[in-house]
Write a protein that binds this ligand. Structure first.
Ligand SMILES: Cc1cc2nc3c(=O)[nH]c(=O)nc-3n(C[C@H](O)[C@H](O)[C@H](O)COP(=O)(O)OP(=O)(O)OC[C@H]3O[C@@H](n4cnc5c(N)ncnc54)[C@H](O)[C@@H]3O)c2cc1C
Length: 342
């Protein structure tokens, strides 16, 4: 777990949790929704299928700098996630990480019952779906299966874990090249194996990769993995010959197959794998909102900053649902001396 994850609380699988607002997805939009809920005096539960918060940022580009988040001239992905977790922390959101939200059923007057894949349940008066790309399943190669989780991975959340290892990265897109660059300073060796002759990544990054001393094998394919309990070597077919390379880590950067996953069965109005919302981020289900990349309306731009605005809109409307008669925007954050409600 990263620095943000270290501050995250989890509970045993199968338990029931109750909150004013259930947030599905701990990407930037979901984390900011948890802050907004706390600011409105609402308790929140944040559920995410991944083991750590941060969504696409944590999974795909934790080490990259982001330049277009308002107020941050440049911020490393991991640092933005840490800041979002820290911003919400005074309100104690209850994080259920490594848990997939599987079902959503009405719970009488109380609101909604969110069923988790591990049997756990979350009772909430309102739900904010911030599920980004939905379920994403990494593409892989059959020969990698035996060592999945035992040397073979699809993300590099903490490059330092690969210190002193021989790392093989399979793929030819931005992620493959970015991870090669992130790992080159820490790993004993980094080899990129790409089945085509040209990379699909940014030209500048590809040049940096060659300059960083990464070994690049193009028109090449991994054909086998060998080792004991843990991956030790791989075989690569390239130019009519077979090479054996030492590899204690292999990162399969072959992309992801995304789908809405279980959310598709929740009775929501969906178009092109996105949940339709109105200007208040309401879905067709009462007290259920959608924000961030999972939601759709005419003209939406899929950016982190846009998701933040949507989270604020959704939660303030949800606050009125949960506490009828309360105002949409009762006060500004500057009206308080501290982040916490007094
Ligand atoms: C390489 C790359 C670079 C990028 N650079 C930028 C940039 O510079 N600036 C910018 O603004 N944007 C950038 N983006 C886009 C940005 O990352 C996304 O717009 C943003 O992450 C969307 O945030 P989100 O919170 O809506 O969803 P996500 O970050 O996708 O998070 C959604 C979370 O929901 C979880 N989830 C889904 N379904 C379930 C379920 N059923 N149960 C439990 N959890 C579930 C997922 O596990 C995930 O963690 C980039 C994207 C990529 C891939």
């Amino acid at each position: 777990m990263n620095q943000a994850g270290d501050r995250v609380e989890t509970t045993v699988p199968g338990a029931q949790t109750t909150a004013d607002v259930a947030v599905v997805g701990a990407g930037p939009a979901g984390l900011y929704a948890a802050y907004c809920a706390g600011f409105r005096g609402l308790s929140s539960v944040v559920v995410d299928a991944l083991a750590e918060p941060g969504g696409q940022i944590a999974a795909l580009y934790p080490e990259k700098r982001i330049y277009d988040v308002a107020g941050h001239p440049a911020v490393r992905g991991r640092d933005l996630v840490d800041a979002l977790v820290a911003q919400a922390a005074p309100f104690d959101p209850h994080y259920l990480l490594g848990r997939t939200a599987a079902s959503l059923t009405p719970d009488g007057e109380a609101g909604w019952l969110l069923g988790l894949e591990d049997g756990g349940r979350v009772r909430a008066r309102a739900v904010v779906i911030a599920a980004g790309l939905g379920r994403s399943v990494p593409r892989t190669l059959p020969c990698l299966h035996p060592y999945q989780g035992r040397g073979v991975a699809h993300h590099v959340p903490r490059p330092a874990e690969h210190e002193g290892r021989d790392v093989v990265i399979v793929g030819g897109g931005d992620s493959a090249v970015d991870w090669a660059l992130a790992l080159a300073p820490v790993a004993r060796s980094v080899t990129v194996v790409h089945r085509r002759s040209a990379f699909r990544a940014h030209e500048h990054s590809v040049k940096q990769m060659y300059a960083a001393g990464v070994r690049v094998l193009t028109d090449a394919q991994v054909t086998a993995c060998t080792g004991g309990k843990h991956l030790e070597e791989i075989r690569v077919q390239t130019g009519g010959k077979e090479l054996t390379l030492p590899a204690q880590s292999l990162v399969a950067a072959l992309g992801f197959i995304t789908s809405l996953g279980p959310i598709a069965e929740w009775g929501l109005e969906v178009e092109n794998r996105r949940i339709t919302v109105d200007r208040a981020m309401r879905t067709n289900l009462p007290r259920v909102y959608a924000v961030g990349d999972i939601c759709a309306y005419d003209g939406r731009v899929p950016l982190i900053s846009v998701g933040f605005g949507e989270a604020a809109t959704a939660v303030n409307h949800a606050a009125v649902d949960v506490r009828p008669g309360s105002r949409l925007i009762p006060e500004h954050s500057t009206d308080r001396d501290t982040a916490l409600l007094s």
